[in-house]
Design a binder for this molecule. Sequence first.
Ligand SMILES: Cc1cc2nc3c(=O)[nH]c(=O)nc-3n(C[C@H](O)[C@H](O)[C@H](O)COP(=O)(O)OP(=O)(O)OC[C@H]3O[C@@H](n4cnc5c(N)ncnc54)[C@H](O)[C@@H]3O)c2cc1C
Length: 414
Amino acid sequence: MQTDCIILGGGAAGLTAAAALAERGLQVTVVEKLDRVGKKLLATGNGRCNLSNRNMDAAQYGCSAAFVERVYANAPPAEVLSFLENLGLMTLEEEGRLYPRSMQASAVLDVLRMACSRGQVTLLTGEEVTDLRPSRRGGWSVALSRGQGLFAPVVLCALGGSAAPSLGTDGSGVRLMSALRHTATPCVPALVQLQSRHPALRSLKGIRVQAMLTLHVDSAPVATECGELLFTDYGLSGVCVFQLSRAASRALAQKRSVAVHVHLLPEVPSLRSWLDARIARHPDEPCAQLMTGVLHRLLAHAVLEDAGIAPEQTCGTLSDAVRCALCNTLSSWSFPVTGTQGFAQAQVTAGGIVTDEIDPETMASRLYDGLYLAGEVIDVDGPCGGYNLHFAFASALVAARAMAAQITGQKGQS
Ligand SMILES: Cc1cc2nc3c(=O)[nH]c(=O)nc-3n(C[C@H](O)[C@H](O)[C@H](O)COP(=O)(O)OP(=O)(O)OC[C@H]3O[C@@H](n4cnc5c(N)ncnc54)[C@H](O)[C@@H]3O)c2cc1C
């Protein structure tokens, strides 16, 4: 099959690159192992696709920040958004998060697919890339599970990471790149629920509470997040837990001890005075009623139990030490973390092909000519809020520009 370039993976990065290359009049072949392209895109943002963030900041990408900063200098956030707008997508903002105006993830996939169909893009679906190697005559040979294989002078690896394997991503991008002697950092699940065996969880399943969470690694606080916490039978969930999970997952992989400390009343400035005043108002009532009107009944019960207080004990008889213990549970209730929920539940992969081996000006491999990388296959992950899709879009646009220049340059020489 005659093609100017092959894009491995029909996800956010692959389709963006295909659309950008098609706009430049190039022949593109996208290989996607699922029966349709962009299935993961449809699942993003609970079906609404949080595609970017008004406060796009490279510092949000942790240890890959310097690399991302260079990528975003080459495809600034405004350029990424105007690329999508020029494809026909209208967006709206909710507390900094950007969504399609229709609040349907399908809108993003539709405009990308339409841009592909306006140009010379072939979507090879139901085809799994099984091997990639530089050809002796120059260019790249791609082996496919069902087809005869493909050849092109230029290839983009946009195969994603290991998160959400049911949506096509099983780590094959990292495996194929590693087989070419690219280096990968260990891949762990991120933006994922945390597991804990805390005995209180049995009774707290399904309870939601606004809280402040602090992640402790080897007993030292490393990150804090505020928001809705959801107790589950296996551990802790909610957006603030997802945000902490990146650091937790990496620490667990290093066999370090991890715990989440939960502050149930972060808005109360002096917890001890607040508690004393509450007890002083009704000193003869049982402790079971101490948190009535403040916490969910089952949560209040579990807090008392953790502080060693019997529900039938009279409030006014609580000693100074027991009041301290209660304040400690309310403000720093410790849940030892035993693991994460794994790639099947994770939204993102932390880890991937090291950024040192990729040129952020072009997204070209520093090891091979004509090989480019974009999206989650690279060791870049951001927090919730549109940061991961934005990186996929931006890195794909940088790669597409450089690929187009290489292809047209080679055509000019021949
Ligand atoms: C449930 C969920 C919700 C999310 N919500 C958001 C959100 O709202 N905002 C946000 O910023 N991020 C979100 N993310 C993360 C975001 O979707 C990813 O970071 C982003 O899709 C990565 O883009 P990518 O193109 O690199 O990889 P993907 O989008 O994962 O695309 C890779 C493609 O390659 C294909 N593929 C893999 N291996 C092969 C192979 N061997 N041969 C052929 N094809 C192959 C896969 O089927 C897939 O289609 C979410 C993720 C999940 C799972």
